[in-house]
Design a protein around this ligand. Structure first.
Ligand SMILES: Cc1ncc(COP(=O)(O)O)c(C=O)c1O
Length: 397
């Protein structure tokens, strides 16, 4: 016996595969097998053509050339390739790596590894309460010894959209090959010219309705020689990332990218904004006491909201909502060992506020009815849960 369906409000953790994408992938699981690197027969050529078409679609998504796209296993690997790749070929005087304080763990941990196991110094660029990076602090710390700067386009917990044109202006003027983790960006902003802004860009298929297990790093042609490969083997992808390309996954990521072209993507973002705003409004109408963490809606991922239900424990709320509503705390998607969200810490929230905060993220298949029902489920859950006793920290303050 199955109960009512689960309302999925965790699109920033992963998006469902779009049926259009799934249909485009289907023939490549069995009818059209073939290694795209087999150059001696027509089966291989056909697979190669499918990968080339997919590469072109991914390149179009960000305004790049196909020979600037390197497929990876996801954005984690793309982020690793960007940072370790630059570090591997860095000249001795380039010794500092700057990363924003709210980067995904795959950037932060890569940077920490480069510090603990290699000779690099790491500096965190602070952010304000909305999660926007402090451009004055960034500018003040730039010097000739900076190897790279890594700033994400859109935050995965609080949805902050960074001012990429301004960041780009600052870093391009100093000729810094900077890196932008754009894993969360396709659903949030128009990416069609982002390749003009950053010479290294990471994207992830499973954050944009494509299959999991594939992503890409854009490496601008002019800086490809600065990147040391991290995976060695048969020299595929111009030697920058060896390994047989997974044709169905490449096709799926390409098809997912196509869906973001043109005006349809803009209207999807508008619809998403309306749904997200309806969710917060509905909670307020139901007299739920909440605080919104992060930026104003104009600077925010259209499907993201991050809410603090002060006096409650976020994990208890989420547990009480199972199996009706899927959302997550900030820490859930970055670590198997829950720890307070470094993003919420970086924007200045107290431990009590962090412990009471939940990220809700909506997407392409969210309906208005689900939004209303989700708000009601949360109201009911909060009523059923008694508030946690005041902590020492809050009693002291
Ligand atoms: C901003 C950001 N960067 C990188 C990643 C890692 O992406 P992937 O799961 O494709 O490795 C994520 C996933 O949560 C993310 O949100």
């Amino acid at each position: 016996m199955s109960g009512p369906p689960t309302i999925y409000a965790d699109y920033q953790a992963t998006t469902p595969v779009d049926p259009y994408v799934r249909d485009r992938m289907t023939p490549f699981w069995n009818e059209s097998v073939g290694n795209p690197h087999s150059g001696d027969h027509a089966v291989g050529w056909k697979a190669r053509r499918a990968v080339d078409d997919a590469t072109e679609s991914v390149a179009n998504l960000i305004g790049a050339e196909p020979n600037e796209i390197i497929f990876t296993s996801g954005a984690t690997e793309a982020n690793n390739l960007a940072l370790f790749g630059l570090a591997g070929h860095a000249s001795p005087e380039k010794k500092r790596i700057l990363v924003s304080a709210i980067e995904h763990k795959s950037v932060l941990q890569s940077a920490r590894e480069l510090h603990s196991k290699q000779r690099f110094e790491i500096e965190l660029i602070p952010v304000d309460r909305s999660g926007a990076i402090d451009l004055t602090a960034l500018e003040a710390t730039l010097d000739d010894d900076v190897l790279t700067v890594s700033v994400m386009a859109v935050n995965n917990e609080i949805g902050t959209i960074q001012d990429l044109p301004r960041i780009s202006k600052l870093l391009t003027a100093r000729n810094i090959p900077w890196h932008c983790d754009a894993a969360q960006a396709p659903c949030a902003i128009d990416l069609s010219t982002i390749a003009d802004l950053a010479p290294l860009i990471s994207i992830s298929s499973h954050k944009m309705y494509g299959p999991p297990g594939i992503g890409a790093l854009y490496i601008r042609n002019e800086i490809q020689e600065l990147i040391a490969p991290q995976i060695h083997g048969g020299g595929q992808q111009r030697g920058l990332r060896s390994g047989t390309l997974p044709v169905p996954l490449c096709v799926g990521m390409g098809a997912a990218a196509e869906r973001f072209a043109g005006s349809a993507a803009a209207s999807e973002r508008t619809e998403l904004t309306n749904l997200r705003d309806q969710f917060v409004r509905r909670l307020e109408e139901l007299d739920v006491t909440l605080q919104t963490n992060g930026p104003p809606t104009s600077q925010r991922h259209p499907g993201n909201t991050n809410l603090c239900f002060i006096g409650h424990d976020a994990h208890d709320i989420l547990a009480s909502l199972q199996p009706r509503l899927a959302a997550s705390t900030g820490s859930a998607c970055t670590s198997e060992f829950p720890e307070p969200s470094h993003v919420l810490e970086a924007i200045g929230l107290s431990q009590e506020q962090i412990a009471a905060s939940i990220r809700f993220s909506f997407g392409r298949f969210t309906t208005a009815d689900e939004i209303d029902l989700a708000a009601e489920l949360i109201r009911n859950s909060l009523r059923a849960l008694s508030p946690v006793p005041e902590t020492r920290e809050s009693l002291a303050s």
